[in-house]
Design a protein around this ligand. Structure first.
Ligand code: IDP
Ligand code: MG
Length: 140
């Protein structure tokens, strides 16, 4: 088992409904340790750059509007196989397809307002962590 760090976001639909604690409990129950966390309001430029790989997708503008519609909680999660483990506890992108007990199955409102982001690879995790956190903000 490899000890990894991954990047997570509690999205605006979840902060609006005061679900940060419930989501954090799910992450911790899955064996993930929250080693950095802060609540921010993303700028449009930050959100556009963060989701840059989706720029050509039809939902891109709506997604950016959604991500800046309220505060988000950005996090660094640490644990054995943290990238895959977090994707597992998050559940499928579309909550209709998410497995029982996952964050998106329990909390997501829609395929867009799906409560959490999680890095999809170790390589992207490193880029995404560095985008929002400096080294001294991460305390493992
Ligand atoms: P992921 O968050 O499960 O990795 P991605 O395909 O990377 O899913 O999409 C990024 C985000 O874009 C999703 O979490 C969701 O908020 C939004 N999104 C993805 N597909 C759609 C769609 O078909 N309609 C609207 N929003 C979408
Ligand atoms: Mg993704």
């Amino acid at each position: 088992m490899a000890l990894e760090q991954t990047f997570s976001i509690v999205k605006p639909d979840a902060t609006r409904r005061n679900l940060t604690g419930k989501i954090n409990a799910k992450l911790e129950e899955a064996g993930l340790r929250i080693v950095a966390q802060k609540r921010i309001l993303m700028t449009r430029a930050q959100a556009e750059n963060f989701y840059g790989v989706h720029r050509e997708r039809p939902f891109f503008n709506d997604l950016v509007d959604f991500m800046i519609s309220g505060p988000v909680v950005v996090q660094v999660l640490e644990g054995d196989n943290a990238v895959a483990r977090n994707r597992e506890v998050m559940g499928a992108t579309n909550p209709a397809n998410a497995a029982p007990g996952t964050i998106r199955k329990e909390f997501a409102e829609s395929i867009e307002a799906n409560s959490v982001h999680g890095s999809d690879s170790l390589e992207n995790a490193k880029v995404e962590i560095a985008y929002f956190f400096s080294g001294c903000e991460i305390v493992g």
